[in-house]
Design a protein around this ligand. Structure first.
Ligand code: ZN
Length: 455
């Protein structure tokens, strides 16, 4: 990293650490609105997609999604980079497992693309440095601050992911020893090296953390990370319990995706949206405003514009204020992808209603039998169930838990089918609850009006 970008990183770290303390949500929103206005005033003119919207307030700009972004890729970045050129560089990086190749000095990354088309993101070194400063400030517990400032010994971060990126490598410095563990070769292959490295921070997708925790619990690896951070997929309750038992620390989460750094866990263990840098507009899924699809505007990114971008996630709002005193919106859960909401017919009207993955997760984890691992897949009107180490009793417990849940919500039980269980590969993003095929005539969740949705 160049000296100027190192200064940017430090500046961004300090700005995030010592952000003004807001006494009310209203005061924060007014502060945020000023920053968004400056962003729109200075940035819209730079990309041809938004030039017609110069002078318009944020809520008059079009809502876009991944398909719009990919279709208008060149027009939505200020460098005029084509989707083909960016994808080629990203695919070369993936194939070489090197991730250092850039496109005219710009970092190109791919989203995991669990289904459908992959997202492609572009960032400059300046943006990477700024991002690194924000992430360090959000993820670093205050007891690490003296070590970071003194620089007496570097803070060791072990980072497991399916692909590295120059964006993540921006964290590497004299004071932070950032080591990438490539999930391409699995978790097992890394255990010995991980033990030797003995990280202060362990960062990985939840199912990988869980696998490392299982190895630690039986004494196959001895590490003492002081912070454990789950990224890239839903943190399941059973994994959380296992990880916390193995490492005796609270599991934190970073809600980071291709489109931006969206959330982090505070010192009280509550997920907060990173609203000081990303505006999050909720598209409510129910009248009671308990769940929403986030429409995000990242007002720090200037190379590729992420403005009123609808994500494919369902977030559940935390109703009680967080004891930390932050005024940013707090979440109870990132429930998963919109596409993985399941659909069942109402007993009363026959109309199909959504059932959110988190409801199902909760029903199964609070079932009488201990279920080691499971998959639920909806294929139209059939619900396929797979249970690890299955027995007739565990299958029966799962089916009963689902029937009870559906009955409580006034929904008809579907046909059940038992399918073989296969363990998740390390490199694949784990999705325990999947809707492969919605029942006939059911639209995507984003097209459902709140009045039709149950909670
Ligand atoms: Zn908090």
């Amino acid at each position: 990293m160049t000296p100027i970008n190192q200064l940017r990183l430090i500046g961004s770290f300090m700005q995030t650490t010592w952000l003004p303390k807001f006494t009310s949500r209203l005061e924060f929103e007014s502060w945020q609105a000023k920053r968004i206005n400056i962003f729109l005033r200075t940035q819209l003119k730079n990309s041809s997609f938004y030039r017609d919207f110069i002078g318009h307030p944020l809520d008059q700009l079009p809502i876009v999604d991944k398909s719009v972004m990919l279709k208008n890729f060149t027009a939505m970045n200020v460098e005029g980079i084509s989707l083909d050129a960016a994808t080629n560089v990203a695919l070369k990086n993936e194939a070489n497992r090197d991730f250092a190749l850039k496109l005219d000095g710009i970092t190109v990354g791919l989203s995991s693309g669990t289904s459908g088309s992959r997202g492609v993101f572009l960032t400059t070194e300046k943006e990477n440095a700024k991002w690194a400063g924000i992430v360090i400030a959000r993820a670093l517990p205050c007891f690490f601050l003296p070590q970071l400032l003194r620089g007496s010994k570097p803070i060791k971060i072990a980072f497991f992911l399916r692909a590295n990126s120059d964006l993540y490598m921006a964290l590497q410095s004299k004071r932070i020893d950032f080591r990438f563990f490539d999930l391409f070769i699995g978790v097992e292959a890394h255990l010995a090296n991980l033990e030797t490295y003995d990280p202060d921070f362990l960062v990985a997708p939840a199912h990988v953390l869980s696998a490392i925790a299982s190895a630690a619990l039986v004494g196959r690896i001895r590490i003492k990370p002081q912070r454990v951070i789950s990224v890239a997929e839903v943190l399941e309750v059973d994994d959380k319990v296992r990880i916390e038992k193995a490492f005796c620390v609270m599991v934190h989460q970073l809600y980071q995706c291709t489109e931006g750094f969206l959330g982090y866990t505070c010192e009280h263990g509550v997920m907060h949206l990173n609203e000081e840098y990303v505006h999050v507009e909720p598209e409510w899924l129910d009248k009671e405003k308990t769940r929403f699809i986030p429409i995000i505007t990242d007002f720090t990114r200037t190379t590729q514009h992420v403005i009123r971008y609808r994500l494919n996630d369902v977030l559940r709002v935390r109703q009680a204020p967080c004891a930390c005193g932050r005024v940013s919106r707090a979440l109870d859960a990132i429930e998963g992808r919109c596409d993985d909401v399941l659909w069942f017919a109402s007993t009363a009207s026959g109309e199909y209603c959504p059932l959110y993955p988190d409801m199902l997760r909760h029903a199964l984890t609070s079932a009488a039998a201990v279920i080691p691992d499971f998959r639920i897949e909806q294929n139209a009107d059939t619900l396929c169930i797979a249970v690890a180490d299955q027995t007739p009793q565990s299958l029966c417990e799962v089916e009963m838990a689902i029937r009870t849940l559906l009955s409580r919500h006034g929904l008809k039980a579907p046909k059940f089918k038992v399918i073989p269980f296969s363990a998740n590969e390390s490199i694949a993003k784990r999705r325990r609850i999947v809707c492969n095929q919605r029942p006939a005539n059911i639209l995507a969740l984003a097209a459902i009006k709140p009045s039709n949705a149950r909670h």
